[in-house]
Design a protein. Sequence first.
Length: 246
Amino acid sequence: MTLPFAPVFLGYQINIHLVLEYLAFFLGFRYYLFLRKKSTDHISGINRLSIILGAILGAFLGSRIMGFLENPVLPDSVESWVAIFNFKTIMGGLFGGLLGVELSKKIIGEKQSSGDLFVFPILLGIFIGRIGCFLSGINEFTYGEKTSFFMGMNLGDGLKRHPLALYELIFVSFLFLFLWKLKDKELKNGMLFRYFMIAYFAFRFCIEFLKPNVFFLFGLSSIQLLCLLCLIYYHKTILSLFKNAS
């Protein structure tokens, strides 16, 4: 198989990344409903719906804003504005979703932590989505710099590059297994989601150094700055982890 992978079905070329992206949303949501049925949810149905709507709106806005900030060039045509609307990134979606949830909870007066139920569905969605990114090769900006590293691959331009989507698939798999074992321990409500966010954003901060970014501020990409913002947001949890480990 060569990358980018573009299968043809009934004479039509399939956008494999788009197909897997929609599949990620569908299976992730179905998995969330499955987990909710098996768990004791202390949040009422109407409040949970409000939280989900807040997460969706925040994720939509966050993903588009950060997608634009990866390479902030002002559009000069209608087509350019449409293209900007299609720019998106999972990092902005996650952090925007977090802010959307927190704002929704303040509006409805919900005090219970709501993130733990989302952890494994989100990880499943990321995993499926990154398969699409990997199969898309250089058609998606998830490829890395040129490298002589043994895992370097030809992603469609004849050069050996870091397959960042593949690295992320490996990381997400281990993170899923680690958090799955951790969930059986007596954790404070909401801690599982915090651990997920800290681990994933720390990983993405590091892996961004292997990405051929073109826009930097203070020597860091916009995604890395967002990662730092998220880690600062959870600084009390991080300090607590270091304190307990010492």
